[in-house]
Design a protein around this ligand. Structure first.
Ligand code: SF4
Length: 371
């Protein structure tokens, strides 16, 4: 059974009713035995869990330290291109936005990487808009060896690819794929994805399975919180994660929890996720899955990020640019979305250390497992 079939078998109305009618007794039961149980996740994401956030946070900090120590992995996004053949009404790269379009050439990519290396990073996330013909598999096959030569850990956040294409990229050094569903509500999905291949809800939903079958080490899932009811979307994200873990247990998993942010031609969130709600969400996922990587982007404000770091976060970026060529030329105004935390990596690192956390710039080297 594919996850699409699984999802179609769930009654959204019934699940929503269960989520909003969970009781304090359900939350207390979940706090006593949370791990891996979707009923516990439901209770911890429910409004009934709000009075228990402090308790959830304490458990979350403890479980995160038990599994990950005080370590937080540092990565940086590198935007390859802002070309996009889709229209998503929340994104600055949408094809109808009047924006100067750019795809990095080989020498430009080298120049970007040199700046990032100087900042101390060894883990990179390659990002692009979704443009199959100009920034497709041939471009990625050209770029990956160049990047892998410089960075030990290489993740990608680009358009969904076919299984054999992922396999080819694994052979060139691909370690992780981030593929965000944005929302698990097909109707809301259709409202926000207006033109282009991304309109295909089912193809996107099946992508993590193709990634897993291709043998990619880590798979990143996520929703854009605020497009739809964030509690229900987060719960369905938990279902997706549990489904994948039970079938593809060799892969590792991460979740990203971005809130809808203003962008060029942007929209307002349908269901606002408050700071307190974000804390609840992070802690609920940590209690649900103690092995899970949880990453935090620079979309959040500095003070909030500093407070979130210890709660369950395992990976974060600092000093990010969200435009192609943005590390060499920061002022070109080609951004995908606005950044809230504009501190340098050194400043963020200092803030982490003040909280007893250890920023990790390199945690992987393929030679360590070479025979
Ligand atoms: S969200 Fe992705 S696919 Fe949609 S417009 Fe932005 S870059 Fe393109």
């Amino acid at each position: 059974m594919s996850f699409l079939t699984y999802l179609q078998g769930i009654s959204r109305d019934k699940l929503k009713l269960a989520l909003y009618s969970a009781t304090s007794g359900d939350v207390e039961r979940a706090l006593n035995s949370p791990e891996g149980d979707l009923n516990s996740l439901l209770a911890l994401l429910s409004p009934a869990a709000e009075p228990y956030i402090e308790q959830m946070a304490q458990q979350s900090v403890r479980l995160t330290r038990q599994r990950f120590g005080a370590n937080i992995g540092m990565f940086l996004p590198l935007y390859l291109s802002n070309l996009c053949a889709n229209e998503c009404d929340y994104c600055g790269f949408s094809m109808s936005n009047k924006l100067k379009r750019k795809t990095l050439t080989g020498p430009e990519l080298d120049a970007e990487m040199a700046v990032i290396k100087k900042l101390g990073y060894d883990s990179i996330l390659l990002v692009s808009g979704e443009h199959e013909t100009k920034v497709g598999i041939d471009y990625f096959k050209q770029v990956l060896p160049q990047v892998k030569h410089q960075f030990s850990y290489l993740a990608m956040e680009v358009q969904p690819l076919a299984e054999d294409e992922y396999s080819e990229l694994v052979g060139l050094g691909l370690d992780a794929v981030m593929i965000y569903q944005e929302t698990y509500n097909p109707q809301t999905y259709a409202e926000h994805h207006i033109r282009g291949k991304k309109k295909d809800f089912a193809y996107r939903l099946d992508t993590p399975e193709r990634v897993a079958k291709a043998g990619v080490d880590k798979i990143g899932l996520g929703v854009l919180l605020g497009l739809d009811d964030w509690r229900l979307d987060a719960l369905l994200l938990g279902h997706h994660l549990a489904y994948l873990e039970s079938k593809y247990w060799r892969s590792r998993y991460s979740v990203s929890l971005p809130r809808l942010r203003p962008c060029t031609g942007g929209i307002a969130p349908k269901a606002e996720l408050t700071d307190k709600g974000l804390v609840q969400l992070i802690c609920a996922f940590r209690l649900f899955n103690q092995q899970l990587d949880i990453s935090l982007s620079t979309r959040e404000a500095p003070q909030l990020r500093d407070n979130l770091f210890p709660l369950g976060i395992t990976h974060l970026s600092a000093g990010s640019s969200t435009q192609p060529g943005g590390y060499v030329n920061p002022d070109t105004q080609l951004d995908q979305f606005e950044i809230s935390d504009e501190r340098t990596p050194a400043q963020v690192s200092h803030a982490m250390k003040r909280r007893g956390l250890n920023p990790v710039w390199k945690d992987w080297e393929s030679a360590w497992v070479a025979g």
